[in-house]
Design a protein around this ligand. Structure first.
Ligand code: ADP
Ligand code: MG
Length: 305
């Protein structure tokens, strides 16, 4: 397939789930390739064959984890506040567009029916998810979306903890106390020239294809750093060394977040994991994802549909 697009609010646990999914898929891939060899006792002919040198058995899929971290993309690319922009930058979200182009190139480089790509990132723009969906279709491989659900307050706390750790959590100047307005929508998302209609009225465009922000064709073929597949082995826990978002950047991203809509082709099939989901529940969801991309539920993909 298979492209698995992870989406969720900033600091909501996406990378944690992406790593869990990566190790789950590694196991599934290796067990499915070893179980494809017969479990019945070998016939004399098979025994004879075994004594001859065999070519290494190829696993059915190769697995890739692509994220902002693997592409060395900083959190600041999402920051639209004027103070965060160097004077020469073309528009408020030019750096974010460049970052998306780098991610797009990294995905495109490896995507094929034999490569499973776990794309860990905000992936918060529906036009962007549509673009990825089309890319998977072109590669004749299915795609799905895994939404990581987390209450806004909890996600905010995680970012604040990271800011504290970075030594910037002095109240006042960095604005931790300034943000708020509570609830899901905070801050001003001024001028986000993103790929589709922003935020409000999300289900309204149900079924209609989102605009791809004028960047569809000029996305470079290559030009990102070398493919940096994750090993999924980094430690978790609170001190995970991830960079925090500046508070205004974080609030703005929450404001701009476009929830996936399972009624649209590009956001389906849609799977969800919430913060509280334990190992058993997580495994169930991962089993369903596997089924959709490599098992019984796998659909044949024809590019022109
Ligand atoms: P994101 O990639 O969305 O920024 P992370 O995966 O880096 O978020 O998670 C942020 C923090 O929250 C990490 O310290 C991680 O250990 C913790 N965390 C994430 N998901 C969970 C969860 N389901 N239960 C407990 N802690 C979690
Ligand atoms: Mg992350």
């Amino acid at each position: 397939m298979p492209l698995i697009i992870i989406t969720g609010l900033p600091t909501s646990g996406k990378t944690t789930r992406a790593r869990q999914l990566y190790s789950y898929l590694s196991e599934r891939i290796s067990s499915s390739s070893s179980s494809s060899s017969s479990s019945s006792p070998p016939t004399p002919q098979q025994q004879q064959q075994e004594q001859q040198p065999q070519p290494q058995q190829q696993p059915a899929y190769r697995l890739h984890l692509i994220s902002d971290t693997t592409q060395s993309i900083s959190r600041t690319v999402y920051d639209l506040s004027p103070s965060a922009l160097p004077a020469h930058v073309r528009s408020a979200n030019a750096s974010e567009k460049d970052a998306r182009a780098a991610i797009y190139a990294a995905v495109k480089r490896v995507l094929s029916p034999r490569d499973i790509v776990v794309l860990d990132g905000l992936n918060y723009i529906k036009g962007w998810r549509y673009q990825l969906f089309c890319e998977a279709k072109n590669a004749r491989t299915p795609s799905c979306v895994l939404q990581v659900g987390c209450p806004v307050e909890r996600a905010r706390e995680v970012n604040q903890r990271r800011l504290v750790r970075r030594g910037e959590a002095t109240t006042g100047s960095n604005g931790i106390g300034e943000v708020g307005g509570g609830g899901n929508r905070a801050g001003g998302a001024e001028g986000a020239d993103v790929a589709s209609d922003n935020g409000n009225g999300d289900g309204a465009g149900r079924g209609s294809e989102p605009r791809v922000g004028g960047e569809g064709d000029d996305i470079p073929e290559a030009g990102s750093s070398a493919q940096a597949d994750g090993d999924g082995a980094e430690g978790d826990g609170n001190d995970d060394g991830e960079e925090p978002y500046e508070p205004s950047n974080w609030e703005n991203l929450v404001f701009r977040y476009e929830e996936p809509n399972p009624m649209t082709r590009w956001d389906s099939p849609l799977f969800t994991l919430v913060w509280e989901d334990d190992e058993a529940q997580t495994r169930q969801v991962f089993d369903k994802i596997w089924d959709a991309i490599a098992g019984q539920g796998k659909k044949l993909v024809r590019p022109n549909q």
